[in-house]
Design a protein around this ligand. Structure first.
Ligand code: GYE
Length: 327
């Protein structure tokens, strides 16, 4: 945009921003080069799930709509790739860095490097365990403990008044990731008072459909009397459905299934009766992220936590919602 302005206007704008720059903080470094387009470096986890694909699309489309120059990097599920992507963004001198940390720990050093370079960082979707919260400006995303709790609350209601044993198997998300840790905790807390509920197996399926299938196969072989599957995302649940059907059982009936995300494929299985309940987790974080990036770049105050609003779906609700589902 700046390129279309006359030289006179341009120098005026530069003078103002130079003055503003005297106050320190996070002025738009792009301004100094005569281009006021914000450059946002974004390091994505990978493409492990339908949720992730929808999240990537949301970020790319919203950046284009907001006139933000997005440098997008796919870490293919590896923390070391994310760390080098962030270091690359620092070297390039982007205005803002955002990333979705694959795991919670091990970020202090690279976040300190970004801070030393005066580049604000926005955590997107997943949290880090850094004690020093000044290493990032804000965290935008869901409350994963709450999601796990909603899953557990539904199960408690489902078996209300019944005292027979309920054998639960759990497919965890990526080991060490915030959603896996928190969805496990929220669920365990919610069912804790029900002494007849037992989590008989709990293993990671890395948020992937293929892994959900293979891990469920081993669960079915070792544990004949599974009543419930709690999967930390739809994709693992959908993979597990294939394993359950191959074992001659009826998903949703012989084994009750609860998942998290509510992507279209999950909602379809829910409407078809193969899943019993889904806790929504919205991947559509792009518009809010662009808004926050602009504000942080302008040195404006932003809240240190931006929470995503979400709901839950029963089979009946899924039938109504499915035609409107955007992802
Ligand atoms: O639930 C899962 C994805 O971090 C909230 O990551 C995200 C999770 C999401 O792979 O499907």
């Amino acid at each position: 945009m700046r390129r279309n302005l006359s030289a006179a206007v341009l120098s005026g704008v530069l003078a103002v921003s130079a003055l503003a720059g005297c106050g320190g903080g996070d002025g738009d470094s792009g301004t100094a080069s005569g281009d006021d387009k914000i450059t946002l470096g974004f390091s994505q986890v990978g493409a492990e799930s339908g949720w992730r694909t929808a999240n990537t699309k949301s970020i790319q489309e919203s950046a284009a709509a907001a006139g933000i120059d997005l440098k997008f990097s796919d870490a293919q599920g590896k923390q070391e790739n994310q760390i080098s992507a962030i270091r690359g963004f620092i070297t390039q001198g982007v205005d803002v860095i955002a990333f979705s940390p694959v795991v919670t720990s091990g970020w202090d050093a690279v976040l300190q490097e970004a801070k030393d370079a005066d580049i604000p960082v926005i955590l997107t979707d997943r949290a880090v365990d850094s004690q020093d919260t000044s290493l990032y400006k804000t965290f935008i995303g869901s409350d994963f403990v709450e999601e796990g709790k909603k899953a557990g609350d539904w199960l408690v209601k489902e078996y209300e008044g019944k005292s027979e044993p309920v054998n639960i198997v759990e497919l965890q998300g990526t080991t060490g990731s915030a959603p896996a840790n928190d969805r496990q905790k929220g669920f365990a807390d919610a069912i804790a008072a029900n002494t007849n509920f037992k989590i008989v197996k709990s293993q990671t399926g890395d948020f992937k459909r293929a892994d959900g299938k293979t891990v469920m196969e081993t669960f079915l072989q070792s544990t004949p009397d599974i009543d419930v599957l709690y999967a930390h995302n739809d994709d693992m649940g959908l993979g597990a459905i294939e394993a359950i059907e191959a074992a001659g059982k009826k998903p949703g009936t012989d084994i009750k299934i609860i998942t998290v995300d509510a992507v279209k494929d999950g909602m379809t299985a829910l409407a078809d009766g193969k899943i019993n309940y889904i806790v929504e987790c919205s991947p559509l974080l792009g518009p809010q992220l662009m808004d926050l990036a602009k504000k942080v770049d302008a040195g404006e105050e932003i809240p240190n936590r931006v929470l995503t609003e979400e709901t839950t779906f029963t089979q009946e609700q899924a039938k109504t919602e499915l035609p409107n589902r955007k992802y």
